[in-house]
Write a protein that binds this ligand. Structure first.
Ligand code: URA
Length: 195
């Protein structure tokens, strides 16, 4: 079995564990399916959003709705495709009516997110929006730190985190669009320099 196949098998087991352990059964009962993640399991970059929306719930893939379209554009502008990164969310079931995930729901999924990161071993974690940033940089304000490459320690592990605004913010705020694209292109340049 190749390293990639091993990772895929471990991620599949993780998915089964979430279901078998009845994580957030309140959300699971109302959701169509678990949205685990998508992309390249060997990627250097993992992007972490908040929770699936309606389209994601229907298709079982993260970021395929309107925010996802903009995320694809951000990737393209930085010379990347979806398959150059791995994309997931903190909470892996759609909250009803797209409400914010509760602190309890986020906490319930945290061990699974950590395990996902341990399996994929990215060199950079990009948080999309406040909910996902809060985990890694609990004292930061997104308006102060967006687009910065921050070395931090998370659960005893050294980690490079880049907080970005959530792509959905660009759908409501035109100037945010450019901020997000600029931040993402900047990160891609830094990564390229690092080789
Ligand atoms: N917003 C998110 O945070 N995640 C998705 O998968 C889709 C929209």
């Amino acid at each position: 079995m190749s390293e990639r196949e091993k990772k895929l098998a471990m991620l599949d087991e993780l998915r089964r564990n979430i279901i078998d352990n009845n994580i957030c059964s309140n959300l699971a009962e109302q959701a169509t399916q678990l949205v685990m993640g998508e992309g390249n399991v060997d990627a250097a970059i993992v992007l972490i959003g908040e929770a699936p929306g309606k389209k994601e719930d229907e298709r079982g893939v993260p970021f395929v709705g309107a925010a996802g379209k903009f995320l694809n554009e951000m990737l393209l502008r930085a010379g990347m495709e979806r398959n150059d990164v791995y994309i997931t969310n903190i909470v892996k079931y759609r909250p009803p009516k797209n409400r914010d995930p509760s602190p309890e729901e986020k906490a319930a999924f945290l061990p699974y997110l950590l395990e996902q990161l341990r399996i994929i071993q990215p060199s950079i974690v990009i948080t999309l929006g406040r909910h996902s940033m809060e985990y890694f940089l609990p004292n930061a304000r997104i308006s102060d730190v967006h687009g910065q490459v921050i070395q931090t320690e998370f659960q005893g592990q050294a980690m490079t985190v880049v907080p970005l605004y959530h792509p959905a913010a660009a759908l409501y705020n035109g100037s945010m669009r450019q901020v997000l694209i600029d931040d993402f292109v900047h990160i891609a340049m830094i990564l390229e320099k690092q080789g």
